[in-house]
Write a protein that binds this ligand. Structure first.
Ligand code: F6P
Length: 323
């Protein structure tokens, strides 16, 4: 292989730049030219690309976001889009592609792989919802952002003797919510994977005050059946009975836009370099991730269409430790 492409796709994640840098420099070190495709799969279809030299990826390891830009592209996985993509990649001499992204992005990568095109995925999403890897680039930084927000909310909630409902991202996966709840010392966490009765949530929060606490925190996953807005309304309707006020803070993109922490920079550097290595060696159609403390690979076909289930025992731990 003499020329590879790299793109970032889906929601950006802190550490994507470190991954672009690692892919590029590993490839260049092996005499392989690198083209960066701009705005994910949309850039493949409309052909927007830049040459990535060693200097072009200099001074980016510490920056959040992605220098290549990102997008969600619905057209990509339909036959016409795929054919256009394959045509454009071949016409520009790109012999293989590294796709840095989460679930939707790796589905696109798997579609390319099914057509016989050499592609390697790099697991990167703040949701950590990808199967075939224990961790994804960006989740650690996103978790730290959520934890910092919870720490701040605890301060003001305790001044006002309030309930703080904190909604975090994560799509249909409760990983971010669970881990932010554990790290932030929440009373409870509401996630899509566990069916709850909203009255039980309220009871847990009331109990916290009865045990002498001056605040109570619930972390709510955006994908839960009862999300933050729903729970806040429900809680407010019962304020006359409970005597407690609940305030909702939706963290939204605050979790995505941060400066990558050390863990995400290290992870991105390891995964990016391995992805370039695998692609150049012809070991394609795989996702490069992180499992059992080291870089791991799994066929993209095993990742497709699945959402990871987080360790639900963490919820019991959160409840036990919230006394
Ligand atoms: O996949 C990352 C993510 O931040 C999810 O947690 C969230 O549901 C989604 O992206 C939001 O996407 P957008 O920024 O396109 O609205």
């Amino acid at each position: 292989m003499k020329h590879l492409g790299v793109l970032t796709s889906g929601g950006d994640a802190p550490g994507m730049n470190a991954a672009i840098r690692a892919v590029t420099r590993e490839a260049l070190a092996r005499g392989v030219r690198v083209t960066g495709i701009v705005h994910g799969y949309a850039g493949v279809l409309d052909w927007k690309a830049v040459e990535l030299t060693a200097r072009a990826v200099g001074g980016i390891i510490h920056n959040g976001g992605t220098i290549l830009g990102s997008a969600r592209c619905q057209k990509f996985c339909v036959d016409e889009g795929l054919e256009q993509a394959l045509h454009n990649l071949t016409a520009h001499g790109i012999e293989g592609l590294v796709v840095i992204g989460g679930n939707g992005s790796q589905t696109g990568a798997a579609c390319l792989a099914l057509k016989g095109y050499p592609v390697v995925g790099v697991a990167s999403t703040i949701d950590n919802d990808l199967c075939g890897t224990e961790l994804t680039i960006g989740v650690d930084t996103a978790l730290n952002a959520a934890m910092e927000a919870i720490d701040r909310l605890r301060v003001t909630a305790s001044s006002h003797r309030q309930v703080s409902l904190v909604e975090v991202m994560g799509r249909k996966c409760g990983y971010l919510a669970l881990m932010a709840g554990l790290a932030g010392g929440a009373e409870t966490v509401v996630i899509p994977e566990v069916k709850i009765n909203p009255d039980d949530v309220i009871q847990r929060l009331r109990d916290a005050f009865e045990r002498g606490k001056e605040y109570a925190i619930a972390v709510v996953a955006e994908g839960a059946e009862y999300n933050g807005i729903w729970l806040e309304k429900y809680f407010q309707n019962l304020t006359h009975k409970t005597g407690l006020e609940a305030r909702l803070t939706t963290l939204g993109h605050i979790q995505r836009g941060g400066t990558p922490g050390a863990f995400d920079r290290i992870l991105a550097s390891e995964l990016g370099a391995r992805a370039a290595d695998r692609l150049i060696e012809g070991d394609c159609g795989i996702l490069v991730g992180w499992t059992a403390g080291k870089v791991s690979t799994v066929p993209l076909s095993e990742v497709l269409g699945k959402t990871k289930i987080p360790n639900l025992q963490v919820l019991e731990l959160i409840h036990r430790l919230a006394q």
